[in-house]
Design a protein around this ligand. Structure first.
Ligand SMILES: Nc1ncnc2c1ncn2[C@@H]1O[C@H](COP(=O)(O)OP(=O)(O)OP(=O)(O)O)[C@@H](O)[C@H]1O
Length: 266
């Protein structure tokens, strides 16, 4: 699903250049749930923006205060990635909901942006609302929802367009522990039902171990894969109570500690 080779990315500002990616390779097979975990500032979000097609591979995006330059080869879904693709959905930490739109309008947004008519969008939103446990909240605005419900709306919006690739950047980090677990359960249930490839960025070892079939331990910048945990047992709804889950948590923690010790010696 994702084949990235020799990715390069640098943010340039007057008198300061941050090299975030340098010769970075990544392969994510179709249908895999791949988790990226690593210290703050190592370049995880930047990688996700590239995978989403939001940072261009040649020329980069210009910012008022400077710019970025990116290069390398990136194929998503068998095609060279030249910009945002309709089959990719991105969920961010701050939900990205429009406060003036209702729950159903927020969920329908991706469909409407793709030119789907109002009536068809409403019909396609209905089962998503049901599936996410949001029935009854359709006419409410985000301020009238709890944090967990808001993030459900964000998940709903990402799924309404029936993506084949779901990219998530710390989607549940602002939620309390139990709400967070219930949303992790939801993502797992969705991934089991739909043919979805998932790339999730998280700071939570438990979230990584519960959701990821493969967990990449990262360091940087420039971003490097310094370890990998194969966690093929993940996917059962009671995995948090299984030995494999605890073993995966221990292994992720061990690799992260090793990386941070190595970093502090540099
Ligand atoms: N638009 C930008 N302009 C300049 N530097 C940037 C820009 N965006 C990110 N950076 C820098 O690039 C590096 C990587 O940032 P990035 O947000 O990708 O890291 P991250 O691993 O996602 O961090 P976090 O876990 O804190 O979200 C950091 O040093 C950051 O300060």
């Amino acid at each position: 699903m994702i084949v990235a080779r020799d990715l390069r990315l640098a943010y340039r500002q007057p008198g300061n250049t941050v090299t975030v990616l340098e010769g970075f390779d990544l392969t994510v097979p179709k249908g895999e749930r791949c988790v990226l975990i690593g210290p703050s500032g190592c370049g995880k979000s930047s990688l996700l923006l590239l995978l989403a097609g939001l940072l261009k591979l040649s020329g980069g995006v210009r910012h008022a205060s400077g710019g970025s330059e990116a290069g390398g080869r990136l194929h998503v879904g068998g095609q060279p990635l030249e910009g945002p693709r309709p089959q990719t959905s991105l969920i961010l930490q701050d939900f990205g909901l429009f406060p003036w739109k209702t729950v159903e309008e927020n969920i329908a947004l991706g469909l409407r942006l793709k030119g789907v008519g109002e009536r068809e969008a409403a019909e396609r939103v209905r089962p998503v609302v049901e599936r996410l446990g949001l029935a009854g909240t359709e006419r409410r605005h985000p301020r009238q929802l709890s944090g967990g419900q808001r993030q459900r709306v964000a998940v709903g919006r990402a799924l309404a367009t029936e993506p084949d690739l779901l990219l998530m950047d710390e989607p549940f980090s602002s939620l309390d522990a139990l709400t967070r677990e219930s949303l992790q359960d939801l993502i797992l249930e969705i991934a089991r039902r739909d043919p979805l490839t998932i790339v999730l960025v998280t700071h939570s070892i438990e979230e990584a171990a519960f959701l990821g079939q493969r967990i990449l331990i990262l360091d940087g910048p420039p971003l490097r894969i310094i370890g990998q945990v194969d966690n093929s047992g993940a996917g059962a709804s009671d995995y948090r109570r299984q030995k494999g889950f605890h073993a995966a948590c221990d292994e992720i923690r061990r690799l992260m500690v090793k990386a941070s010790e190595r970093g502090s010696l540099r």
